[in-house]
Every structure is written in structure tokens, then in C-alpha cells.
Design a protein around this ligand. Structure first.
Ligand code: G3P
Ligand code: CA
Length: 256
């Protein structure tokens, strides 16, 4: 695998599987990660959180109820307690018993196969967030994956912090809804390497600024052919989607 930097430089357009292939399997589980890899997608987006006993797990919501049979805040449970939960049945009974994965399981599945886009939720006033960022960076480096991962966040102070610790790590600033600054102003303010926004936030003004400053960028969440049409109209380089196979197929059809 070439480094993420070279990949982004070379690739005209690529698809990012949002929380794995979350249209076909329960989000952020190994089932979704493995299906995304099998689909041939080049990058997978995941969300990472810290357990009460300081272990990194892959899970989106701060609370367990929507995507597992647990209840309460993820951060209040130990890894052992979380591993006993069913994170698959809510999606479909055929995924009953699917576990909340540890970050290390996902790194194992991804290494040498796909690039990872790791979203870090806003740190707000939670001091453990910065602790989890440092643990996250250590895990990525220990796995030899630093050149294959991008850290994305709506919290630009977090991205600035990452660059202060390790300047060579890749970061992506997600547009905070309502922020009227141009992409170049946003990435320059926090030293990010890339910019992300929602499909709804795509405008010619943003696209023109991105082109002029040659900023790598992606949009979320591109789940329909209409979303893809808008994404391509503005010349966006990466599309985050719950349906990676369908979006890659539609992209190939349009390119013929
Ligand atoms: O890629 C950005 C996107 O993942 C942010 O939204 O809610 O899916 O984490 P969310
Ligand atoms: Ca996310």
C-alpha cells in the first residue's frame, strides 16, 4: 500500500465506507469493517471512544442504547462489560452476537488493506478526551499505521493538538455547521491537511476555494445517486457513504 499522502495525491475520486459498510451490517462492527474491505473500498471511517478502564473501542454514540443491547454511557463501562453486549441484533437478527470491537481488532483487519479515517468526537470539557487521543496515536504508531490514517474532527482544537504532538500525522477538519469561514481559512487555522463537509454544505464558493488552494476534501454522507451527482458536480475527491458498493458502482457507470 502506498502512503495516504501519495494515495490522495494520485486518486481522482475515492469512496469512504462510513462506520464500515454500515448499510449492509451493524455500524462500527468487525462485520461492517470486513464487508467494507471485501467491497474493495479504499478507506473506512470509524469512531473511537475510551472505556472506563482506558481501553479504546470502536463505537459511534456516546450512549449504548441505539446500536447495542446495553444502556448508559460507553465511558462508564469497562471493556469486559462492553464485550458482553450484542451490537448486531438491533440491525438484523442475522448479526446477533456481533461485538463492539476493540480498536486493535479494527487495526488488525485494516492494516495493509485499507486506509482509516478515524473520527474524534468533540472533546468539550471532558479531560479524558485528550488522554484518549494520546492513546489512540500510540496505538496507531505501534501498529505502524501512522502513514495510512487520517484523524477527522469537528473539534479543531483537537486537530491542532494532534499536529502539536506529531506534525506528520494527517488531519481533516470537518466543517462545523454554521461556520461561514472558507475551507482554506479553516484548515489554515488548525493546520489540517484536508477538509470535510456535509453534502448539504456544498457550495460553489467552497468548491472554488478548495480548487484554488488545492485542499484534499471529502463530503458526508453520500447515500443516493443524487448525493453522488452533487458531489461529482462540485469536484469533491472523496465521498463518505453507508453504501460503498452501490456508490462505487454508480461512479463507474458515470465514468464510462
Ligand atoms: O465523516 C464525518 C461523519 O462521520 C460525521 O458524522 O455522525 O457519522 O459521526 P457522524
Ligand atoms: Ca463518524
Amino acid at each position: 500500500m502506498i502512503t495516504l499522502k501519495d494515495f490522495v495525491r494520485e486518486e481522482k475520486f475515492f469512496v469512504i465506507a462510513h462506520r464500515g459498510d454500515s448499510g449492509s451490517a451493524p455500524e462500527n462492527t468487525l462485520a461492517a469493517i470486513n464487508l467494507a474491505i471485501a467491497s474493495g473500498v479504499k478507506m473506512i471511517e470509524i469512531d473511537v471512544q475510551l472505556t472506563s478502564d482506558k481501553q479504546l473501542v470502536v463505537f459511534h454514540d456516546s450512549v449504548l442504547g441505539r446500536t447495542s443491547n446495553g444502556h448508559g454511557f460507553v465511558k462508564n463501562f469497562t471493556l469486559e462489560q462492553l464485550l458482553k453486549l450484542d451490537a448486531g441484533s438491533w440491525f438484523n437478527s442475522s448479526f446477533a452476537g456481533e461485538k463492539i470491537p476493540m480498536l486493535l481488532d479494527v487495526l488488525n483487519a485494516a492494516r495493509g488493506r485499507v486506509y482509516l479515517n478515524i473520527e474524534i468526537k468533540p472533546a468539550a470539557n471532558d479531560p479524558s478526551s485528550y488522554e484518549s487521543i494520546e492513546m489512540l496515536i500510540k496505538a496507531i504508531e505501534d501498529f505502524g499505521m501512522a502513514a495510512f490514517v487520517v484523524f477527522a474532527s469537528f473539534d479543531h482544537a483537537v486537530l491542532k493538538h494532534i499536529k502539536e504532538i506529531k506534525r506528520y500525522l494527517h488531519t481533516c477538519a470537518l466543517n462545523v455547521p454554521g461556520d461561514s469561514r472558507l475551507p482554506s481559512e479553516i484548515v489554515n487555522a488548525c493546520g489540517a491537511d484536508a477538509y470535510g463537509c456535509s453534502v448539504q454544505e456544498l457550495t460553489e464558493k467552497r468548491a472554488e476555494n478548495i480548487r484554488r488552494h488545492r485542499i484534499p476534501w471529502g463530503v458526508y454522507t453520500v447515500n443516493t445517486n443524487e448525493d453522488l451527482a452533487i458531489t461529482l458536480k462540485y469536484g469533491v475527491q472523496a465521498a463518505v457513504t453507508n453504501f460503498p458498493s452501490a456508490v462505487m458502482k454508480e461512479y463507474s457507470r458515470r465514468e464510462k
